[in-house]
Ligand binder design. Structure first.
Ligand code: HEM
Length: 132
């Protein structure tokens, strides 16, 4: 049997819009409840519902699906969008922890999870706004 070639995008492999929406819902659920994520929870608005929609639409495009963020919410440059917040390595790692928990709660392949965590790690690192 041939090894899987994974010509599918991460968007397809996660289950398209529905899978990504589930990932993002679980991500903010973790952020809302994990005591280890309290610092980043406090940076966000009380109501996380608008962020579920924003991050889902953003990640769909980022993972190789339809690019709808701009038409829905306007132009975004992710590191620049984080300039108003105080984000150091601790906040970065809290964000990544919530994302790992959320990914691991899905029926996703381990290899895909590691590949996505690598890319999230790079993006999250660019969102830091202060030296520790
Ligand atoms: C490094 C750790 C991060 C922290 C602490 C953080 C925190 C935040 C906060 C506080 C907001 C505003 C939320 C609100 O309005 O209630 C936000 C917005 C956003 N974040 Fe992050 N974030 C991080 C990393 C990331 C990463 C890695 C991505 C993408 C892969 C991302 C995507 C977004 C998007 C799309 C928005 C909405 C931007 C806008 O509408 O202007 N964030 N983030």
């Amino acid at each position: 049997m041939n090894a899987p070639t994974h010509q599918e995008s991460p968007y397809q492999r996660l289950g398209r819009e529905a899978g990504i929406c589930q990932l993002v819902e679980r991500f903010y659920e973790r952020m809302d409840t994990l005591p280890e994520a309290k610092r980043i929870r406090d940076l966000h608005a009380a109501d996380l519902t608008p962020m579920v929609e924003k991050l889902s639409v953003f990640l769909a495009g980022w993972m190789g699906g339809p690019q709808r963020y701009r038409e829905r919410f306007g132009r975004v440059i992710i590191p620049a969008a984080h300039e108003p917040f105080s984000i150091g390595t601790e906040e970065r790692d809290q964000w990544l922890l919530c994302m790992r928990h959320a990914l691991e709660s899905l029926p996703a392949e381990e290899e895909l999870i590691e590949q996505l965590m690598e890319s999230f790690g790079q993006m999250a690192d660019m969102c830091r706004t202060r030296e520790d």
